[in-house]
Write a new protein. Structure first.
Lengths: 400, 165
């Protein structure tokens, strides 16, 4: 209750009245915050009529850690560990977006050594594979297939091990810094990475045979939770959600940031192979196809890193680190393609201090999740689980 | 469509008072819009075949500081067909009285992205959006007092009688 002005409490009272009415006429069912299929602490309030979901009301904020408030009292460099904790399944992508924005504001984004950029993209793509593997594995569990989960975690373990080797941490890396990197890649990393790619490619084929083409899985996901393209755009969905609805929109190609213009890759999009375009299966398939594209990018990065950008004894990834990170007084919105979609940071710098006056994080999962009440109207409760899983959100990012 | 062309398009459609200023010093130019026009401007930019800004990337509620007494909202629009971006800003003076929050028109009817983002701005910065269908707090509990992202916010010591450490 906000007290002073009744106008500000009207929506809350309306909501409470609506729930009171609904609990008389229909049944109100709470899903979460401790429900395993909500992938974290998300609470969904369902107004149900038998097995049919009439309305979904998501409640978020259980994992709110005041990222934006913290960012207003810390320097840019000190904020990077906080960005890691947003989408904790793809921490590298978060820091990459944040660092890119700060570098552009400082005007040093053109001076970053090529090797540093290639290492950044390499670890980002590795992390994207890890994130998609979790999405696929846990989606299998939601639907009732337990084996893919174990397979995905087994393969993700290799990625975690490699990133731990490079940064010293398994999930929250703080590896990408403004102007450079924490350390150069450890000796032998490139060879180990290539080994992983060779090991992982046939595993993806196996996973496809096990889950993607599984008739039970297709029956559970095809034609379920269809998200039309216009709705997706209007709700600000991005990443695999938007591409699943059939639009080839990938900021790595649109904005051509970092070294992505030098890499060759395709943008997978939903085609409606098993049902309508934009159903759960399409969203799932986009992630599977993206893993193959990421592998392609990793191989290209490794080629360059082992040949023309080979490590030299005097290479220092911290050489371009700015002494003082004081950008000119300006506002800047940076966006990049995170594992879940368009990840954006909006900075307001006053030109005097190393501390930004305002930072806003535009989290892809936040927008992707906001479409749930729209596409979950009138579905069965079991299908709701399939829809929630196909959105692939991370609550750390939704709540920030 | 370039930044200058968009300015001409908007003044032709809404008159001269719609644009109250512009910021072109930074890397991304921004248009300052008269708050009462923001909904019409967004609708026009979204539906005009020359602009097609159909994607609202980000909506930010901003407290411009205790001295300036200004509150504002920043919109980052993106056009998928033309692959362009545009920043719009609106702002208003306010005396920081919790009974009289800075009030702006809601653009939920144009972009549904704004639904949750406006709730977040209301929750954290204390900006009221006129015409929003369901303006409840989103990240903080319903009975939270104060708006944490305001510059004069004092950290709460107690929540429901429990000391916060």
């Amino acid at each position: 209750m906000n007290g002073q002005n009744p106008k500000y409490d009207k929506a809350l009272l309306n909501y409470q009245q609506k729930m009171a009415d609904a609990s008389v006429e229909d049944m109100v069912l709470n899903m979460g915050p401790q429900h395993p299929s909500t992938h974290g602490v998300l609470r969904l309030e369902l107004i149900t009529d038998g097995e049919i979901v009439k309305e979904v009301i998501p409640h978020i904020g259980y994992l709110h850690r005041c990222f934006e408030k913290h960012a207003e009292s810390l320097t840019y460099q000190q904020t990077i560990p906080f960005t890691d904790r947003m989408d904790y399944l793809a921490s590298m992508n978060n820091s990459h977006a944040f660092v890119m924005g700060v570098e552009r504001m400082l005007g040093i984004d053109k001076d970053i050594p090529k090797r540093v950029e290639y290492i950044r993209v390499l670890v980002c793509e590795l992390n994207r594979i890890g994130s998609h593997l979790i999405a696929i594995g846990t989606y299998g569990i939601d639907i009732g297939a337990f084996t893919p989960f174990l397979w995905c975690f087994r393969d993700r373990e290799h990625i975690m091990g490699m990133l731990e080797w490079a940064s010293g941490s398994r999930m929250l890396y703080n590896y990408i810094w403004v102007g450079g990197l924490f350390y150069d890649l450890p000796v032998g990393f490139e060879e180990r990475c290539r080994e992983f790619v060779d090991y992982f490619k046939p595993k993806m084929t196996e996973l496809n045979q096990l889950l993607t083409d599984n008739q039970v899985f297709i029956n559970r996901t095809a034609n379920v939770g269809v998200l039309p393209l216009d709705v997706a755009i209007n709700y600000g969905c991005s990443g695999p959600m938007l591409r699943g609805s059939g639009l080839k929109w990938d900021l790595r190609r649109i904005d051509n940031y970092s070294i992505y213009p030098e890499l060759e890759f395709d943008i997978p999009a939903g085609k409606g192979e098993m049902g309508a375009v934009g159903d759960c299966w399409d969203r799932y398939k986009v992630r599977v196809d993206e893993i193959a594209q990421s592998l392609k990018m990793i191989e290209q990065c490794l080629d360059r890193l082992q040949k023309e950008l080979k490590r030299t004894p005097d290479f220092d990834p911290r050489a371009k680190l700015p002494r003082k990170t004081i950008p000119k007084a300006q506002d800047y919105y940076v966006r990049c393609e995170g594992a879940k979609g368009e990840l954006g940071f909006y900075f307001m710098a006053d030109g005097k201090s190393e501390i930004p006056t305002r930072v806003k994080a535009r989290a892809p999962s936040f927008n992707n999740l906001s479409v749930l009440p729209e596409i979950a109207k009138g579905v069965m409760i079991a299908d709701l689980v399939a829809i929630v899983g196909s959105i692939d959100f991370v609550l750390g990012e939704v709540d920030r | 469509m370039s930044f200058e062309e968009i300015k001409i398009l908007l003044t032709e459609k809404f008159g001269n008072e719609v644009i109250v200023g512009e910021e072109t010093t930074g890397l991304q130019p921004a248009l300052l819009i008269e708050p009462n026009y923001i909904k019409g401007v967004c609708l026009e930019l979204r539906d005009n075949p020359k602009t097609y800004f159909d994607f609202l990337s980000c909506l930010t509620g901003v407290d411009y500081g205790i001295e300036t007494r200004h509150f504002g909202v920043v919109y980052h629009l993106a056009s998928i067909p033309y692959q362009t971006q545009l920043t719009l800003k609106i702002s208003k003076e306010n005396e920081r009285d919790t009974g009289d929050l800075p009030t702006f028109p809601s653009i939920t009817s144009v972009y549904l992205t704004a639904d949750w983002h406006e709730r977040e701005a209301f929750d954290l910065v204390g900006i009221f959006f006129e015409g929003h269908p369901d303006l409840r707090r989103i990240l903080l509990p319903d009975d939270w007092e104060g708006y944490p992202l305001r510059k004069d916010y004092k950290t709460a010591e107690y929540y429901k009688g429990i000391k916060i450490d």
